[in-house]
Design a protein around this ligand. Structure first.
Ligand code: FAD
Length: 117
């Protein structure tokens, strides 16, 4: 079947949204079990990502930049960095990872913010 760049991009946007939102909700102080779960998730995400070409590139990236799973900040910063690596390869603008803080909100409304909302 022919490649359809529109559908491929749509899948990418949806996937990145889930990926970064998951990092934004990862515990600030994860248990060892939490960290292992995230590490396993990332590895399987890279392996099972539906676009095969993307998946093999991403697996290479994981070898070069092993997942940072020690805290929410580490995980979110790492995910931003690897997404930027993909952006660079696809000649897309880079995202400022210092602004990742409140950018990904799950809308779940069940976690207290520092502002006390
Ligand atoms: P996307 O890259 O989809 O980003 C969506 C939004 O996320 C942006 O609008 C911005 O608000 C935000 N964002 C951008 N950069 C960052 C960042 N660094 N950190 C946090 N947020 C950010 N496509 C291919 O053609 N070839 C590939 O090899 C390929 N590999 C991929 C591998 C993976 C694991 C994934 C998830 C996707 C891959 N894609 C690939 C899809 C590609 O990355 C884009 O998702 C797609 O091209 C749509 O791009 P976009 O410009 O809409 O923005």
């Amino acid at each position: 079947k022919l490649e359809n760049a529109t559908i491929k991009a749509e899948l990418g946007r949806a996937s990145w949204k889930l990926f970064h939102t998951m990092m934004a909700r990862f515990p600030e102080k994860p248990s060892e079990e939490d960290s292992l779960a995230l590490k396993t998730y990332i590895k399987l995400f890279a392996r099972l990502y539906p676009c095969g070409d993307c998946a093999s590139h991403f697996q290479q990236l994981l070898k070069k930049f092993p997942p940072q799973i020690g805290s929410r900040n580490a995980a979110a910063g790492w995910a931003c960095h690897v997404h930027n690596q993909v952006n660079e390869r696809l000649k897309k603008p880079l995202f400022d990872c210092n602004n990742i803080g409140d950018f990904y909100d799950c809308g779940c409304g069940d976690e207290k913010k520092a502002t006390g909302e």
